[in-house]
Design a protein around this ligand. Structure first.
Ligand SMILES: Nc1ncnc2c1ncn2[C@@H]1O[C@H](COP(=O)(O)OP(=O)(O)OP(=O)(O)O)[C@@H](O)[C@H]1O
Length: 890
């Protein structure tokens, strides 16, 4: 037995197409042919060419020369045939390629003779190869079938029952229940081959005494896997089969002189071989066309070997005798076609159980690792959730604290407003607040303010609802850092601001608390201190002071002259109604009663008609309990050196300057007044025909010594309070200038706040308001508004003062009498010398006269909302709040 080298079993590329290896072997002349003097027709002129020797004597349509992969003459040996081509194909099964070796030829041409030798050589070499492999383990399974009369029979089984052919999607056609025997060794192989030989149908024909009457297929399945000694844990398993196929003779029945049983056998044999020939021919010519594999059991079983996943070799055997020339030519034609057939063998790799187990173990380990990681991430997620829950708990606690803080602020504000006599139901958080009474859109129809949401997140401010929208547009300077949206023309909404914030923002830091304290303090001192301050300004256009007596006209005039910077217009009494001030006041009050029954105090100054202006008395009413009489001289004569000033000692004069009330009070006896004193009401005497116009302020009640004493509480002496008052007023005057506060506001405030101890709350509020405005004011807009106001006042100078009076003023204020725009120059000087109190006083008096600062009962502090008189119960919080907001208009 020859040894097998590695090169010999090395198989070219996986999956590459290759042609069937076709060889031709010519057996020697047998004794019978020699005896019959039969001639030999074929000569192998080379290793791969065979020629018809008698071509000159026998013309034929067949070729006379044939070329194949190998040709073997009559003196060739089976080993030679095996070694020179067949071996490579057969042993490719060791590398995982399916392989097949055929023997095709007429009966008695030497098929069995050749295949027996080739099979043994191949298996012998397989054994030899396996014995040399240390790194792989092999397993050989032997099986054998025969196809006799189109029946598949198991040659290793005594059961002659035909086997079924099954179509396996992976393996192709398989023989069902085929016996497979693990091939142990050479001896075992010989025994099995012997069994097969014994089982195979043979019969005697005229040509072959031991003629094979069936197709025999000996199949060896080779499975290899890495050996344990190789150290390869996850090597693949290679599995392949090698088929050794000894076909029945392809002769014609006539040649075998078959009859009966042999004729029938020949018919089936020819049918199978005819199909085989057709398949080979089609594969050689139209490999992608229909291949009739299923036309015979033989071609079904050999489907892969013929045109699929296999390496195939065909040995065509010939009898050299001239007698079998035709069959020899047919065999050669078959061989010619076969050599054109291509197969595409692939390595058959299967997963070994060990490898599969290892891979499953690795997969399991990976899954366990991932599961562990998932568990880790779950723990991390749980930690995040716990952290979020803690944050939520903290936020809930903060909300709870803020809610308590809000409720506390509410209760304090309610207390303030309750003390001020304000309807508590108007509060936004009140259950019976107007908003909650079902107004169509959730907004008050005629209230001055309301929150746009039930809670404290928004504060809506409706400005001066009873007045034309023009009065509310751009009249407030809101902090720039607040989002302000104009819900409609007269409805402004602050986002994200609570009432407490609102108080703090617009009345100073912690104003809620301090204001509360201040109000409480003032309330305890005076019994009637308002916690809310109302300020109404009264800027009129020139003509508006004279004849305008309708609200709409006021609106129109304001639009013309002051655009959006002018606030409410004063209510101007009709000429014929001016004499009854009290009636007018009552009428206004009635007109201002809102839809909810809340009465708005008329905040508009009442301007006397032109024909009444001759009296020219500006009466300021201070409804506080402290000041009994306050006089303001606004006549031009007051601007000139005082003639009728009461002579006082210097010390007294100084003190009076510090304490204007006392000074004014002291003058009440100097100036003649007719004052009708009615209990709780105010009446103003008609002015006397004096050159000096006087303002007489009459308290509604006699001054209470106790209240004054309480009002002075906190100050060591009246003088100390006066010093404080002067200092605060000075600061206010400076801030007015810095903030471009309208001159009318300055005038009213200056003339109203004279230093009564109960005024401290208003002074404090004004200081806070101005401090806030200083930080948030739109300087450009405010300055523009102030310039417009000065222009308006300059025009009024022409009508309100005589030429002589103007000349005196120009001279006093250092304006060249020959210069142009003297009135304008004067208006530009008003309220400019903040450190000159005389200048300030003169400015206030001029402005007061220019704007018709009259109606002492209505005009003063009530106009500003500064009245410290007990509030009427009917006055709504809305009105109070609105008036408080009016402080922000500049
Ligand atoms: N190359 C050869 N050298 C010597 N003898 C041979 C050779 N080939 C065949 N023979 C002999 O020829 C005879 C017929 O051979 P074989 O049985 O192998 O033919 P066969 O093709 O198998 O016929 P069948 O198809 O009828 O089975 C046998 O006795 C065999 O020993």
């Amino acid at each position: 037995m020859m040894s097998t080298s590695e090169d010999e079993i090395t198989t070219p590329g996986d999956g590459q197409e290759e042609k069937i290896f076709v060889s031709v072997r010519v057996r020697p002349m047998n004794a019978k042919e020699i005896a019959n003097n039969d001639s030999s027709d074929w000569d192998c002129v080379s290793n791969n060419t065979i020629i018809f020797k008698n071509a000159l004597t026998e013309r034929s349509m067949y070729p006379n020369a044939y070329t194949f992969d190998r040709v073997y003459g009559c003196d060739s040996t089976t080993r030679q045939v095996y070694e020179e081509g067949i071996k490579r194909v057969a042993l490719s099964a060791l590398n995982g390629f399916n392989s097949s070796v055929f023997a095709y030829g007429q009966t008695s041409s030497g098929k069995t003779y050749t295949m027996t030798g080739v099979t043994q050589y191949a298996i012998s070499d397989i054994f030899d190869h396996i014995s040399k492999q240390d790194h792989r383990e092999f397993m050989l399974k032997f099986s054998a079938i025969e196809i006799y009369n189109e029946c598949v029979k198991d040659l290793l089984s005594a059961d002659a029952t035909p086997l079924r052919l099954l179509d396996d999607p992976e393996k192709g056609t398989v023989v069902d229940k085929l016996t497979e025997i693990h091939l142990e060794d050479w001896t075992h192989l010989m025994e099995l081959l012997a069994v097969c030989e014994a089982q195979r149908k043979i019969g005697e024909t005229s040509l072959n005494e031991m003629s094979s009457r069936s197709h025999q297929i000996i199949r060896l399945m080779i499975e290899s896997s890495p050996s344990e000694s190789s150290g390869i844990d996850s090597g693949s398993i290679l599995t392949a089969t090698v088929n050794f196929i000894d076909l029945a003779g392809s002769e014609r029945a006539s040649q075998t002189l078959s009859t009966g049983k042999r004729l029938k056998e020949g018919a089936h044999i020819n049918r199978s071989l005819l199909t085989l020939g057709t398949v080979i021919r089609k594969l050689s010519k139209e490999p992608n066309g229909h291949i009739p594999y299923r036309d015979s059991k033989l071609t079904r079983i050999l489907q892969n070997s013929l045109g699929g996943n296999a390496k195939t070799a065909i040995i065509c055997t010939l009898s050299p005798a001239h007698t079998h020339l035709e069959q020899s030519r047919n065999t050669l034609l078959f061989a010619v076609c076969a050599k054109e057939v291509r197969t595409s063998a692939q390595v058959n790799v299967v997963m070994s159980e060990k490898t599969l187990v290892k891979q499953l173990q690795q997969q399991m380990a990976r899954l366990e690792y991932e599961l562990k990681n998932m568990s880790g991430s779950t723990n991390e997620s749980e930690a995040i959730i716990r952290e979020k829950e803690l944050q939520i708990q903290k936020m809930e606690q903060e909300i709870k604290e803020l809610t308590q803080e809000r409720d506390l602020a509410r209760s304090r504000l309610e207390e303030i407003l309750r003390a001020a006599g304000v309807d508590q139901n108007s509060l936004p958080w009140s259950d019976s607040s107007p908003r909650d009474r079902g107004s169509p859109s959730g907004h008050l129809r005629d209230s001055s303010w309301e929150p746009s949401t039930p809670d404290t997140s928004d504060v809506a401010v409706k400005v001066n609802a009873p007045l034309p929208p023009i009065a509310s547009v751009n009249t407030y300077s809101f902090p720039k850092n607040h989002k302000l949206r104009n819900a409609n023309e007269d409805h402004y909404v602050f986002d994200n601001i609570t009432p407490r914030e609102f108080m703090n923002q617009y009345f100073g830091p912690d104003s809620t608390q301090e204001w509360d304290n201040t109000s409480q303090k003032a309330r305890t001192k005076t019994d009637s201190v308002d916690s809310c301050i109302e300020v109404e300004e009264c800027i009129e256009k020139d003509d508006a002071y004279d004849v305008i007596n309708t609200h709409d006209q006021d609106k129109n005039q304001n639009e013309v002259d002051f655009g959006t910077h002018v606030d409410q217009s004063p209510r101007v009494l009709p000429k014929d109604a001016s004499s009854d001030v009290n009636n007018t006041h009552d009428q206004d009050q009635n007109q201002n009663e809102d839809d909810f029954g809340n009465l708005h105090v008329d905040q508009s100054p009442q301007v006397l008609p032109k024909d009444a202006s001759s009296t020219r008395t500006s009466n300021l009413t201070k409804s506080t309990s402290c000041s009994a009489i306050m006089k303001v001289d606004v006549s031009p004569s007051s601007l000139v050196p005082e003639k009728n000033v009461v002579t006082e000692s210097k010390s007294e004069s100084d003190l009076k300057k510090l304490c204007p009330q006392d000074s004014q009070r002291s003058t009440t006896n100097v100036e003649e007044k007719e004052i009708q004193h009615t209990d709780g009401d105010i009446s103003v005497s008609s002015p006397s025909s004096k050159t000096r116009e006087e303002v007489v302020v009459v308290s509604s009640k006699p001054e209470s010594i106790e209240s004054r004493g309480e009002a002075m509480e906190g100050f060591d002496s009246k003088k100390e309070w006066c010093l404080v008052f002067e200092e605060q007023r000075r600061k206010i005057i400076e801030l007015w200038n810095e903030c471009s506060i309208p001159l009318l506001h300055r005038t009213y405030f200056f003339l109203l706040i004279k230093g009564d101890p109960s005024d401290s709350v208003y002074i404090e509020v004004e200081l806070r308001r101005l401090a806030f405005l200083k930080e948030t004011l739109d300087d450009v807009a405010s300055a523009r508004a102030l310039n417009l106001e000065r222009a308006m006042l300059s025009r009024k100078l022409l009508k309100k003062f005589t030429s002589a009076e103007r000349q005196v003023m120009f001279a006093k204020w250092g304006i060249d009498l020959e210069s142009r725009n003297r009135r304008f120059q004067l208006s530009q000087l008003l309220w400019t010398k903040t450190h000159d109190i005389e200048h300030i006083r003169d400015s206030a008096e001029i402005v007061a006269k220019l704007v018709g600062f009259i109606e002492p009962e209505k005009t003063p502090k009530e106009l500003f909302g500064l009245s410290v008189a007990p509030k009427q119960e009917s006055q709504s919080l809305i009105s109070t709040w609105r008036n408080s907001l009016s402080l922000l208009r500049y």
